[in-house]
Design a protein around this ligand. Structure first.
Ligand SMILES: NC(=O)c1ccc[n+]([C@@H]2O[C@H](COP(=O)([O-])OP(=O)(O)OC[C@H]3O[C@@H](n4cnc5c(N)ncnc54)[C@H](O)[C@@H]3O)[C@@H](O)[C@H]2O)c1
Length: 396
């Protein structure tokens, strides 16, 4: 209700004029602010443009794929050792690739050469939490892989391989994607059958120190086939054997990294156990080819991907010592590690028969590339140490 008393009626014009004045001032201020804002945005846009031009975007060469052939691919654990090589291969083939990683063991340095590329996306995410994106294929690699890493937080390792795998299978089910689960030769445990074929059920200690990983992966396989059967999901299971190459962790405590870094630093080479236990090693590019061959093949049973050339740990230590030229490194023996498998060699007849896949990179060739990488990493690490010593001196 409007007041009609004399004083109010008399003061109404002055109130109206004040109101109009305020509105005009506000509009002027607003349009001034707006102008300022617009010119600042323009300034920022120009700076971004200049910065973008100043950064030399030299991406590796990428193929052009037709819309029908180009896939939207998710790699979980794509910033890790194997994942980053798989990323390179898929990007260069012209696919759109999303990497999901929590950077527990992965590094941005492994994938930074793709930052800014229109086909590449990085999501910092822990797969123990659900993920909602649209993809055609999922390479599920996220999991710590070396004993010190997976034993660091065994409960988290189990969660990543169980809850994380459920999340990825659930995502695949929602969007109708094909999913490849990275399993491991560790599902065979300390095998009583040699070489290990996919039909062998394994010999795993369910409560030993490695069980968080071994059993985690066995559940991941079991989940994959449960989803395939119950939800009609298209799953592939790769049982990966020891893999080495550039970008593997220098301090992951495994044979290849231990022997190379000890030889490069002219330290004694440490062998745990008698040295007669065997391993077989595949170069990372061979594994990547195997993973892609499996994803694009109809083989839904587990497939071993590894190099069947078997070496005793002693032999392997001598090969590395020789390639590095570490004549002063002697070999010292320490007590064997609990549940350490005594023999490891994949039977790859299934991969040969169905995928037409077999490893091609000879051990020496792969090791030379890996040694080169380790040498650079150690120089980098030492340079960093020098800098930090120098700064300590400066601030002492
Ligand atoms: N390298 C081998 O010799 C080998 C052998 C057998 C199986 N595998 C399997 O292959 C896969 C890759 O191994 P790798 O050698 O590259 O190991 P890696 O440690 O270099 O890579 C694993 C990646 O997964 C990420 N990750 C771990 N937990 C995660 C989580 N909860 N959420 C999101 N990201 C997570 C890590 O940060 C890392 O980038 C693993 O599943 C491993 O079990 C590897």
């Amino acid at each position: 209700m409007i007041c009609e008393c004399v004083s109010c009626v008399l003061s109404l014009p002055s109130v109206l004029s004040t109101y109009n004045h305020l509105v005009n001032t506000f509009e002027e201020d607003f349009s001034q602010d707006n102008q300022n804002l617009k010119s600042r945005v323009r300034e920022l846009e120009k700076r971004i443009e200049t910065l973008e031009k100043s950064v030399d975007h030299k991406y590796p060469e990428v193929e052009r794929l037709s819309y029908a052939d180009r896939k939207r691919i998710l790699i979980t654990g794509g910033a890790g050792f194997v994942g980053s090589h798989l990323l390179d291969r898929l990007m260069m083939s012209g696919h759109e690739v999303t990497v999901v990683d929590n950077f527990f063991t992965g590094r941005k340095r492994n994938i930074e050469h793709w930052f800014g590329h229109k086909n590449f996306e990085l999501i910092h995410h822990d797969i123990v939490n659900p993920l909602y994106i649209e993809v055609d294929q999922i390479y599920h690699l996220a999991s710590p892989a070396s004993p010190p890493h997976y034993m660091f937080n065994p409960v988290k390792t189990i969660k990543t391989n169980t809850v994380g795998t459920i999340n990825m299978l659930g995502l695949a089910k929602r969007v109708g994607a094909k999913v490849l689960v990275a399993s491991t030769s560790e599902v065979y445990g300390d095998p009583e059958v040699h070489p290990q074929s996919e039909d062998y059920w394994g010999h795993v200690n369910p409560i030993g120190p490695r069980s968080c990983y071994d059993e985690g992966k066995r559940v991941a396989e079991s989940l994959s086939y449960a989803y395939a059967k119950q939800e009609n999901l298209s799953v592939r299971v790769a049982r990966i054997f020891n893999t080495y190459g550039p970008r593997m962790h220098v301090n992951d405590g495994r044979v290849v990294s231990n022997f190379i870094s000890q030889s490069l630093q002219n330290q004694s080479i440490t062998v745990y156990g008698t040295g007669r236990q065997t391993r077989s090693f595949q170069y990372v590019s061979d594994l990547v080819e195997g993973l892609i061959a499996l994803m694009t093949n109809n083989m839904t049973l587990p497939v071993n991907l590894g190099n069947p050339e078997e070496y005793s740990i002693d032999e392997f230590a001598s090969v590395i010592k020789h390639l590095v030229g570490a004549s002063s490194s002697d070999i010292v023996y320490k007590d064997s590690v609990e549940d350490d498998p005594q023999r490891r060699k994949p039977d790859i007849s299934r991969a040969i028969k169905y995928l037409n896949w077999y490893p091609k990179v000879p051990l020496k060739e792969g090791l030379m590339k890996t040694i080169k990488y380790f040498r650079e990493e150690l120089i980098h690490a030492n340079a960093k140490e020098d800098v930090s010593n120098y700064s300590n001196h400066m601030f002492a």
